[in-house]
Design a protein around this ligand. Structure first.
Ligand SMILES: [Zn+2]
Length: 145
């Protein structure tokens, strides 16, 4: 089993229920793997330390999978820099507050459809913007902080 960090395996990060993309999902490009390792160390591990165990809905998405799930055209999921999670040890609003008030270098967190939390890391060489937003429809976004 390949680990991206102590508590995130590559298998978890590329998992999908859309079985037609399993092949493509299981061999991400080298740049994606580099991003994924950095994301796991800098964002994933500190977040698990902060909010406890989470359910990982979605990590890396190849382009075809991202289109299929109607992900954004510029989705950070496609470059290995985003996850969608649901906390299992606290409410999602408590988790959001903890993350916003932490010094974790996230680029953006989005509370999506009042169901899950999208968390993304900054692109290599870019400073994390630490944006926090909420959306109920994927069209209108409101600032959280
Ligand atoms: Zn997402």
């Amino acid at each position: 089993m390949i680990l991206l960090s102590p508590r995130l395996s590559l298998d978890q990060f590329v998992a999908t229920q859309h079985r037609q993309y399993l092949m493509e999902q299981s061999s991400p490009p080298a740049e994606v793997l580099m991003n994924a390792h950095r994301f796991a160390a800098d964002i994933w591990e500190p977040i698990i330390n902060l909010i406890g165990m989470v359910h990982l809905n979605s990590g890396y998405r190849c382009h075809a999978l991202n289109s299929d799930v109607k992900g954004s055209k510029n989705s950070y999921h496609m470059i290995g820099l985003a996850v969608d999670i649901m906390p299992t040890e606290m409410s999602i609003l408590t988790a959001i507050n903890l993350i916003i008030n932490s010094n974790i270098p996230y680029d953006e967190i989005i509370f999506e459809y009042r169901k899950w939390l999208h968390i993304q890391g900054a692109r290599h060489g870019y400073a994390p913007r630490r944006l926090a937003r909420t959306t109920d429809d994927g069209i209108i976004y409101k600032e959280l902080n």
